[in-house]
Design a protein around this ligand. Structure first.
Ligand code: C2E
Ligand code: MG
Ligand code: MG
Ligand code: MG
Length: 284
């Protein structure tokens, strides 16, 4: 009531907090069943080679369409999966989905690299490199076709726990990327000790690159740092042509973002590629 605005606001706050809590609990409870219920899917976002304008690779991103709640974004459910131990199920599902797709594309005579995101929980799991090697063998996929992305903040929480698995994955011939670079406070010493080949600049620095001088300084020095460490640079979150051109001129090797393409379901990706680069996919 208007007599007690403070109490009203508190009630609204409490009910919003309760709803958020209920939603979290429901997602945590339903996550382990998402696979069986066929609620998961993959979308693919192209990565462009800046020098040639050709598609260099695609990044696989998971999607969850919850039966009652509709689409739930990975930024919301991946962290819950990590906290509750169901991340392994999701990673396994994703690995199979990526391998299946790579095999279909290769059968059609089309070779492309697919990047997949993994959690530090996966990297702390001693069986993970064998799981990946086994999947590559079963689907007869060259390890060069796969790359794995791990966020900087996750890696930096406990680099020692991940490094053994990172080395094993690298020995298989898989390329490794530090994702969302710039948000995780890496020390250069730690970064240097990791067996990674690719540094992905976080989209928060790229989104307003063409308008924001501070972001431009950060991105420019990050590109320089990466090159001095012999790392390849990927920029994510390119939303306009000015940023794309700026990045190309400043030596960024690979670009990704809505300006190039949104993440697409596989059929749309194939259409997008065909419209763009002449038919490289034969058959189906
Ligand atoms: P990420 O790996 O850094 O992926 C980039 C995110 O930025 C994606 O969000 C993508 O859709 C979005 N994005 C791409 N281009 C643009 C752009 O130009 N502008 C803006 N504003 N956004 C752009 P998405 O798909 O919601 O994924 C969020 C995060 O969830 C990913 O960030 C990744 O850390 C995690 N994730 C996604 N799929 C998986 C998965 O299969 N396993 C694991 N462990 N994590 C995943
Ligand atoms: Mg990524
Ligand atoms: Mg990222
Ligand atoms: Mg991210």
């Amino acid at each position: 009531s208007s007599a007690q605005p403070g109490a009203d606001r508190l009630a609204v706050y409490q009910s919003e907090r309760d709803q958020a809590y209920q939603r979290r609990m429901q997602l945590i409870r339903d996550l382990p069943h998402a696979v069986r219920l066929n609620e998961l899917s993959v979308v693919f976002q192209p990565k462009l080679c800046m020098a040639t304008g050709k598609v260099h690779a695609v990044e696989a991103l998971i999607r969850w369409h919850h039966g009652r709640l509709g689409p739930v974004g990975p930024d919301e459910f991946i962290v819950l999966a990590e906290e509750t131990g169901s991340i392994g199920l999701l990673t396994e599902w994703m690995l199979e989905a990526v391998m299946t797709q790579l095999q279909r594309w290769q059968a059609a005579g089309w070779y492309i690299e697919v990047a997949m995101n993994v959690s530090t929980r996966d990297l702390e799991n001693a069986g993970f490199p064998a799981q990946v090697r086994n999947a590559l063998e079963r689907y007869q996929i060259a390890p060069q076709s796969l790359s794995l992305e791990v966020t900087e903040s996750a890696l930096m929480r406990d680099p020692e726990a991940s490094i053994v698995n990172l080395r094993r994955l690298r020995e298989l011939g898989i390329s490794l990327a530090v994702d969302d670079y710039g948000t995780g406070y890496s020390s250069l010493a730690t970064l240097k000790s990791l067996p990674v080949q690719i540094l992905k600049i976080d989209k928060s620095f790229v989104l307003n690159l063409a308008q924001n001088a501070d972001d431009a300084v950060i991105v420019r020095s990050t590109i320089e740092l990466a090159h001095n460490m012999n790392l390849q640079v990927v920029a994510e979150g390119i939303e306009d042509e000015a940023s794309l051109n700026w990045l190309r001129e400043h030596g960024c090797e690979i670009g990704q973002g809505y300006f190039i393409s949104r993440p697409l379901p596989v059929a749309d990706l194939e259409k997008w590629l065909q419209a763009r680069e002449k038919p490289v996919i034969q058959g189906n």
